[in-house]
Design a protein around this ligand. Structure first.
Ligand code: ATP
Ligand code: MG
Length: 179
């Protein structure tokens, strides 16, 4: 396969996306400084691969995964502090099934010689990047007023990431239906 920037992700249904987008708009209303995620780009990354020509192997690996559909629920908001500005995220409630799926994926990737993340998996959805929080921003208050939502996950996707006309664009290369 041609070289592509790839990652494994869970994409959301409209209910989840609506709730997450509400949070993005709420951040914009709060005049938060940062680069906001586009609505169509909201997703949960399970494993980031990066630039690779081994897309075919990743599709084969996807096929080997064994997992049943499971529930995901949105959690609180928080920040990963970075030198170039923070990542503002919304978490997922603890899920043994999600952890197990991510672990299974990481194990299979490592077995095939892909470089895998060794840090603890902290499932999150990026709402904005390069964020500089105002000193008076009430994070616990903001977090508490965000709508709750959940969904049943029934597919894991191999996604490609491209800059198209300067716009970060994600598209599915292949997927695995959980059953
Ligand atoms: P940008 O790089 O323009 O800020 P992005 O990070 O959303 O945007 P990509 O860099 O293509 O886009 O990343 C795709 C997905 O993989 C995103 O969910 C991103 O958070 C995640 N990701 C990217 N790099 C890493 C990494 N080094 N470790 C873990 N996850 C990563
Ligand atoms: Mg990135």
């Amino acid at each position: 396969m041609e070289e592509m920037r790839l990652f494994f992700a869970i994409n959301f249904d409209d209910t989840m996306t609506d709730a997450l987008w509400h949070s993005v708009e709420d951040l914009q209303k709060a005049r938060l400084q940062g680069r906001f995620s586009r609505r169509e780009n909201l997703h949960l990354t399970l494993a980031f691969i990066g630039e690779t020509t081994r897309g075919d192997e990743l599709l084969a690996l996807l096929d080997e995964l064994e997992a049943a559909p499971f529930r995901l629920e949105l959690g609180r908001c928080g920040l990963f502090r970075r030198s170039g500005g923070s990542i503002f995220w919304r978490s997922l409630r603890d899920s043994a099934e999600l952890k197990a799926l991510q672990a299974q994926l990481t194990e299979k990737l490592a077995a095939r010689g892909f470089a895998v993340e060794t840090r603890e998996f902290r499932p999150h959805i990026t709402l904005a990047r390069e964020v500089y929080l105002q000193d008076d921003f009430d994070l616990p208050g903001f977090s508490a007023r965000q709508p709750r939502a959940g969904m049943t996950v029934s597919r894991l996707s191999l996604m490609r990431s491209d800059r198209i006309g300067g716009k970060l664009t994600y598209s599915e290369v292949g997927g695995k239906d959980l059953r």
